[in-house]
Ligand binder design. Structure first.
Ligand code: ATP
Length: 815
């Protein structure tokens, strides 16, 4: 999905002078975008300029516009806000101001502008582009510039937009730079509030940012399992038919219902732009008074304010800003006068480019739809994910009033939920969402404890609503997980699963017996590669054990992200954030001690995902992964590169940098982490020192990141939907009617969804821009069972990007 290709990296294009500015409200990740734009521009033979203080710097000119060198953006990845400054420039809104901006750009020879900001900033950029020729003509006509100075520049100004905004309020992109970091800050605060609220049985009303967009509020509500959320796009009540405009009554009813079930906390999240059906603002103090007067709850209001903007960018924002920065430079180089200025966006895991003004107009239409009370349209205008996230929140977080969400009895099922493999952040959140959705719809969610060995020991019990109250934010696996694996059945068409990682093998007959005994009619298996091979094994044994002829869906959960059929697994984002935090500290220590290189070992089994993404997000110099192995040639090349970097710094009398190198744990049996460190140290011949750091199981633990909680919730809801559909399909096409007479269906009459359809054993996954369900049988073609990973690794292209960003290949312009 990543469109970055760098074959042409040494094929220098026509040199461009690219100005980069950050504008509007600051957001974490803007610095990573500036770093990426600057370094890719340099690698592409262009000259990058930083324009300080947003458009104000462009209007002001002089020192506010400065050439960027390689070292000027060093350390930018880890810093929140924007180092080059931002401002809201009134002058730029005037034509006079834009005339000055054009003058300053031409004086510096700048013919392309990368603008990172919100819809206002992008509108301003587009206006400058549309006026460009007129502005240049005026500058020449009034004698401010000569025709010669304007030559080449006056015909066309290249503009590319990057969206930096914590609100995530821009249309045509799923996510904007800074939104996820902001969500991190909100969730940290809410997790802390929940513990005090729990102690005192309090209610908290928390206001979060978002003037016209409820993304932060909604995602925070999903991430922490809030009892109620107020959004601008979807004013309350939820059930308008029943409550009319009296949302207060509905809110109180739902909150008191939760309290009756034993919940000690009530958490209400209010988006700063929240309104009621009549567009009247809903304010935290009013909600507090309602909760106090009607429910007698001890209620506190917390406004998170500017805390939400700041702090070190999370791993995702570093990645997003970096790859989008690359794409911005590529878009500059592709640009022609006929192509409308693009806005670089992200659709699921795919980088997109949309005409900038289309995106701006669509964004503004949301506010218009809200003003016209057309809330359905407002929801539709947001990306489809927003409304599906809203529905997921309602169905999997709020207990339906008087069974409002229950489905017909003959469609209800007993759904087993099992964890398998190593723990990963989000496993509990997925279980909570799936179980609560099941309860709301009338299914029976059965928690299977301790994996397949627990199943055969009959450790199976229905999950209740209150049992999973705080599971959203719990790390590890509350159900218990292990690496016990079903034994492949001889004679079935099962591929060789020589699972060296399995801690034990469980007889399929016993598993079949347990499934029948508990009348389990569908399985949701939350886990990593073991989950995949387990379902492959059970699917292959369906001819022998009809109890396996039930819908089975794997929700990929593993830090290694090695499950075939998905670009991302839950748990990997939590692990990445741990890696990035550790790497930041290590890099600081390395820089403080001067001239030190750290070789950092990360997990991931035979899959290099964590090393590559962690390396990209931490600014690693190089990364070693199992997919490529390690050779002497590589080590020579990398030692040479390190030497040249330190030598360069010494010659330029610059501060010696600390550097980090990532090594995936299984990158090589020969070249261990210790050995790499020793080799680099020796080869450095005193230029630098080297140390190692092994992150180990730190990467598996901790509180799940908001992204993992959201992905877990979304995938879990989709899995239950898929199970319901598969079950309905199975009922229609009973296997027996297809003539599979050798199976004794009578014995399994209670398994209503009885169905031997290979399409009914699947992995749910994000693939490019879609959420898809792929049968495990099909996925075997793209699985390396021995190496325990998929053969399609979208992130492999990022390996080269890491090198490009750490000055491999770089030839200073003009040489
Ligand atoms: P945020 O989402 O943080 O509000 P934004 O980019 O929408 O970011 P704005 O304050 O709307 O923030 O815009 C930032 C700057 O962009 C303004 O101060 C102004 O200089 C410029 N700008 C915005 N709208 C226009 C416009 N219509 N014409 C010219 N310049 C504009």
């Amino acid at each position: 999905p990543i469109t970055y290709t760098s074959e042409t990296i040494n094929n220098l294009p026509v040199s461009k002078k690219i100005g980069v500015l950050t504008s509007g409200g600051d957001s974490s990740g803007m610095n990573a975008a500036v770093r990426s734009v600057a370094r890719i521009a340099l690698q592409r033979g262009c000259v990058p300029f930083a324009i300080h203080e947003g458009y104000e710097g462009l209007v002001e000119g002089g020192d506010m516009i400065r050439k960027l060198g390689w070292g000027d953006v060093r350390g930018f990845l880890t810093i929140g806000g924007t180092v080059i400054g931002t401002a809201r420039s009134a002058r730029f809104r005037t034509r006079e101001g834009r005339l000055m901006a054009a003058y300053n750009m031409i004086k510096n020879g700048i013919d392309a502008l990368v603008v990172c900001g919100g819809d206002g900033s992008l509108t301003g950029a587009n206006l400058l582009r549309s006026e460009w020729k007129g502005l240049c003509d005026e500058l020449v006509d009034t004698g401010k510039l000569t025709t010669l100075e304007c030559e080449h520049l006056r015909e066309h100004l290249t503009i590319v937009g990057l969206v930096g905004s914590i609100d995530n309020d821009m249309s045509c992109t799923d996510i904007t730079i800074g939104a996820v970091t902001s969500l991190h800050r909100i969730c940290e605060a809410l997790d802390s509030l929940t513990s005090t609220a729990q102690s005192h049985q309090r209610a908290f009303v928390v206001e979060v940012m978002g003037r016209h967009c409820g993304w932060l509020a909604l995602m925070a509500a999903i991430s922490v399992g809030a009892d109620w959320v107020f959004l601008p796009e979807r004013p309350p009540p939820i059930d308008a038919a029943r409550y009319g405009e009296n949302w207060e009554e509905e809110m109180c009813e739902r909150l008191s219902q939760n309290r009756k079930l034993g919940c000690r906390v009530s958490l209400v999240i209010i988006c700063e732009g929240a309104i009621d059906q009549n567009l009247k603002a809903i304010k935290p103090d009013y909600v507090k008074s309602v909760l106090e007067s009607r429910l007698g709850l001890d209620t506190r209001v917390t406004t998170l304010g500017h805390i939400q903007r700041g702090g070190a960018p999370c791993a995702y924002d570093r990645y997003l800003a970096t790859v989008q920065g690359v794409e911005a430079v590529e878009a500059v180089l592709r640009s022609t006068p006929d192509i409308p200025a693009p806005m670089i966006g992200m659709n699921e895991n795919k980088i997109t480019a949309t005409p900038l003004m289309d995106a701006v107009q669509k964004t503004q239409e949301v506010a218009k739809a809200i003003a016209e009370k057309d809330f359905k349209r407002a929801m539709d205008l947001r990306d489809p994910e927003f409304s599906s996230a809203y529905n997921a929140y309602i169905e999997s977080h709020l207990l339906g009033l008087e069974n409002e969400n229950q489905i017909p009895e003959d469609q209800r099922m007993r759904i087993g939920i099992i964890h398998t493999g190593a723990p990963a952040g989000g496993m509990n959140a997925a279980t909570r969402a799936a179980a609560r959705l099941c309860l709301n719809r009338g299914h029976v969610p059965l928690g299977i404890k301790n994996g397949f060995s627990g199943l055969v020991r009959s450790e199976v019990a229905p999950i209740s609503w209150q049992q999973v109250i705080n599971w959203q934010s719990l790390g590890g696996s509350e159900l218990g997980t292990n690496r016990d694996h079903p034994t492949p059945v001889a004679g079935t068409n099962v591929p060789d699963i020589s699972d060296a990682y399995a801690t034990g093998f469980i007889d399929c007959g016993l598993i079949a017996y347990a499934l029948q005994k508990h009348n389990i009619q569908a399985l949701l298996i939350i886990g990593g590669f073991e989950a995949f091979t387990s379902v492959v094994t059970l699917n292959a044994a369906r001819q022998i054990y009809p109890a396996f002829c039930i819908p089975m869906v794997i929700l990929p959960a593993t830090v290694s992200n090695n499950v075939p059929g998905t670009d991302v697994s839950i748990g990997s984002d939590t692990a990445l954030n741990t890696i990035v935090e550790c790497a930041d500290r290590i890099k600081l220590s390395a820089t403080a001690s001067q001239k030190r290189v750290f070789v950092v070992e990360v997990q991931g089994g035979n899959c290099g995902y964590l090393a590559v993404m962690g390396g990209l997000a931490s600014g690693a110099t190089t990364v070693y992964i199992p997919e490529e192995g390690i050779s002497l040639d590589m080590l020579q090349r990398d030692a040479k590169h390190l030497n040249s970097r330190y030598l360069e710094e010494e010659i330029d009398a610059k501060k010696n940098e600390g550097r980090i190198i990532f090594r995936a744990e299984a990158a090589s049996n020969t070249y261990t982490t210790q050995m790499l460190s020793a080799i680099f140290k020796d080869e450095g011949k005193g230029l630098f020192d080297s140390r190692t750091a092994v992150l180990g199981h730190l990467q598996q633990g901790g509180i799940p990141s908001p992204l993992d909680r959201i992905r877990a919730t979304r995938m879990a809801v989709n899995c239950i939907d898929w199970i319901q559909t598969a079950f309905a399909e199975a009922k229609e096409n009973r296997l027996i009617s297809k003539g599979a007479s050798k199976l004794d269906t009578a014995a399994f009459a209670n398994i209503v969804g009885y169905n031997n359809n290979p399409e009914h054993a699947v992995v749910v996954g994000v693939r490019g821009s879609d959420l898809v369900f792929t049968p495990v049988e099909k996925l075997l073609d793209e699985t390396d069972l021995e190496k325990r990973r998929g053969t399609k690794a979208w992130w492999m292209g990022l390996m080269r990007l890491i090198k490009v960003l750490s000055k491999y290949y770089y030839e200073p312009a003009g040489q």
